[in-house]
Design a protein around this ligand. Structure first.
Ligand code: FES
Length: 111
């Protein structure tokens, strides 16, 4: 996990070079806690809050497209936020990601 700090916009732009495959990065985009995930050279942005007990997914393990919650082990698909395993039952929010050249743009204004 890489902490990228606060971004005072509904959009956040980071360099592709900052994230390796299988890594995650925390973004705070205008108060929204976002976890950016890189899987097979594609990027996915999800809420950094587990839908079970609102805990951060920051230290969760990313295996393939599944990220697991470090507290009780719920799993979520980073592509669509769907819950893949309990104890959570609700999906988590996803955010729009655009890769433009060497930059990744995350927007919290739409999902
Ligand atoms: S807080 Fe994530 S599974 Fe319980």
């Amino acid at each position: 996990m890489i902490a990228l700090g606060n971004v005072s916009s509904t959009k956040s732009t980071i360099s592709v070079a900052k994230l390796e495959n299988g890594q995650t990065a925390v973004l705070n985009v205008e108060g929204v806690d976002v976890l950016l995930c890189r899987v097979s050279d594609r990027y996915y942005a999800i809420s950094n809050r587990c839908s079970h007990a609102n805990q951060p997914l920051t230290e969760g393990k990313l295996r393939g497209f599944a990220i697991s919650c470090p507290l009780h082990g719920a799993r979520f698909d980073v592509r669509d936020g769907k819950c893949m395993g309990g104890p959570a039952i609700r999906s988590i929010q996803t955010f729009h990601v655009i890769q433009r050249g060497g930059e990744i743009i995350v927007s919290t204004s739409q999902s």
